[in-house]
Design a protein around this ligand. Sequence first.
Ligand code: NAD
Ligand code: TYD
Length: 357
Amino acid sequence: MKFRRNIIITGGAGFIGSHVVRLFVNKYPEYRIINVDKLTYAGNLANLKDVELAENYSFEKADICDYAQMSQLMSDYSVDGIIHLAAESHVDRSIKDPFAFAYTNIIGTLTLLQAAKLYWESTEEKYEGKLFYHISTDEVFGALEMDGTMFTEETKYNPHSPYSASKASSDHFVRAFHDTYGMPTILTNCSNNYGPYQFPEKLIPLFIHNICQRKPLPVYGKGENVRDWLYVVDHARAIDVIFHKGKVADSYNIGGFNEWKNIDLIKVMIKTVDKLLGNPDGYSLDLITYVTDRAGHDLRYAIDSSKLKNELGWEPSLQFEEGIEKTVRWYLENQDWLDNITSGEYEKYYEEMYKNR
Ligand code: NAD
Ligand code: TYD
């Protein structure tokens, strides 16, 4: 079968990637979607059970740092679009093992860029009709004070953690490939995502899991850091709009205009989980446990996504209270998914990570 487009989505077995794959496979039967994922601890094909048999979906277990593999995939599938999400994504892990982040996030992105460059330059149409879309984070901009300011597309990069430093570096390489070789690139910086299929080392799924298990909820520092939360399906919708209508060489901020102080968010989660489990109001508040702060913990992130709204008409579709209830319900109804992940290897990692706190 001949497809109108052949698009590689890297990191499609991860949290956000699986939502992007699902959206594209279902919405665009005329596109072939090739999910390229190494299946690290964070990659899980169970996230894509509902689309794995679709005719326009293929999975390739491959490492974005492997140049030969990436080149082969470009030509085997005549790839004309890349949506690049594969990364090491957890700040706490980056503090323990910065090299893994430099390797995957910087060398992996560079490898993919170079493989795309050489393949696209070898085709008759060269860069015509091609696009390399890189998914980045608001964390590259650094930290804001509690003063109402927000990150815009013009904010200077000022990363603090090894994670954000590696993402910033990969963003620079993407821009360099446009400026130096004329590769059509687009880049987006998104705020914190939440929703189904998020690996339970991140705040929201970890805390839902721990509340259900009556385990302590490790709040870093005083719980006063602020994050701007976006429902993951809204991020996938934004990626769809930008992939199709975004201006080449441009960047867009994606965010929910939805800032929460960690401790306030945690209390909303506790209330929601207790309600859905039939516990009395306030039942799980005693699980809150203040622990040593994360090293270099960024105080506040807040994204101004008005450019995306004004130029491309995207807006978040869900209010936070609705999104968090939907999310909690999903984790409660998908205990098997959570149990599989929280057994074995991950449990060992988790114990190691928290034993000194
Ligand atoms: P995730 O950790 O859930 O998933 C990452 C995926 O990448 C996994 O499936 C993993 O197997 C795969 N992967 C890792 N190394 C690989 C390699 N060398 N080769 C091939 N595949 C590899 O991450 P996520 O939270 O879904 O984030 C996806 C992207 O979005 C990342 O680039 C991240 O920086 C960015 N982002 C995340 C958030 C967030 O809140 N989660 C916010 C903004 C931006
Ligand atoms: P996280 O989900 O790791 O995302 P990020 O660090 O990329 O923003 O953390 C969100 C916030 O929650 C962040 O301020 C750190 C805090 N946090 C805790 O207080 N306890 C935890 O166990 C975790 C994982 C995070």
